[in-house]
Design a protein around this ligand. Sequence first.
Ligand code: TXA
Ligand code: MG
Length: 346
Amino acid sequence: MRTKYWIVDKNVDKLENFPQLQEAADLLRKNEVVAFPTETVYGLGGNAQSDEAVEKIFAAKGRPSDNPLIVHIAKKEQLTDFVDHIPQTANILMEHFWPGPLTIILTYKEGTLSQKTTAGLMTVGIRMPDHPVALNLLEQTGLPIAAPSANRSGKPSPTMAQHVKEDLDGRIAGIVDGGPTGVGVESTVVDCTTEVPVILRPGGVTKEQLEAVVGEVLLDPALKDQKETPKSPGMKYRHYAPDAPLYLVDGTKEQIQALIEERQQEGLKVGVLTTEENQHFYKADDLYVCGRRSQLETVASSIYAALRSFDRAQVDIIYSEIFPNTGVGNAIMNRLLKAAGHKMIK
Ligand code: TXA
Ligand code: MG
């Protein structure tokens, strides 16, 4: 299949007049799958009501089919089409964080979406992305759009159209290139079907931000203890992994530099994931400067590009600094731990 590629400037007012977006919307209505930018990562969109479209998403990604997809909407009114009951906490969260990087899990109204979208669960995850291109595309189709991250299953999520191309060229109908995404990690997934909301996946909206508007919010125990079974099916898979083994190092810069030298003496090519503050300290074969430690948002926005860059550099082993578990640092550490298969050197 030849994958169409459209470049769209997200800053122009009249996006709906862009023939590129009209063509992309048209393909979505015909149950084809199209990648598009959101404020978190690029999504691989398909009509959430169509078995055919959702099958194409799973096939293109090589994704296990027991893993449900997030449904993207442009207008809050669409919610009641496939959700029975909207609890008060969910309403407050939508009010504060939509459009934005927050996916809300609600009780699903059976028969209203493809069963492949929900993977047969009694709940459904819904979000309204905060990106002009995504919103415009969703509005033009008028459909609920299922969209997982637009990477091959197991690979780091794409934060640039080029990443999508690397993974999915020839496997999908089209890619809308709207430039780099902003937040850089996926949406926070919060279960609102329980009395107290539970975070199933940390992401762009922090626990602290959620608690500021709805009071107590819990963390799925599986996020802290690897032995627990996660409530979010996607959280159990190995994810985001670069080709070379990745180790997180809970230690000083001197200790990291010592590790680099040991591996180099064994003849290995060593990659290091660091930050602006520490970059001048290391002598590695490939150094990726991933934002500023003093501003974790900048780390989040380049973490996936960092993981992908080591594949291109063809290093044999990667060491990464670790980050504090506060604010968006939670999401950063969650993704790094998964990418490392939980390998941590203390
Ligand atoms: O930022 C994002 O959320 C991006 C952009 C494209 O919107 N999408 C994304 O989708 O990250 P995906 O499919 O890569 O991740 C969806 C996560 C998975 O961990 C999945 O298991 C979980 O959400 N999920 C979806 N529906 C669920 C449900 N009903 N119950 C529990 N977890 C659910
Ligand atoms: Mg994903």
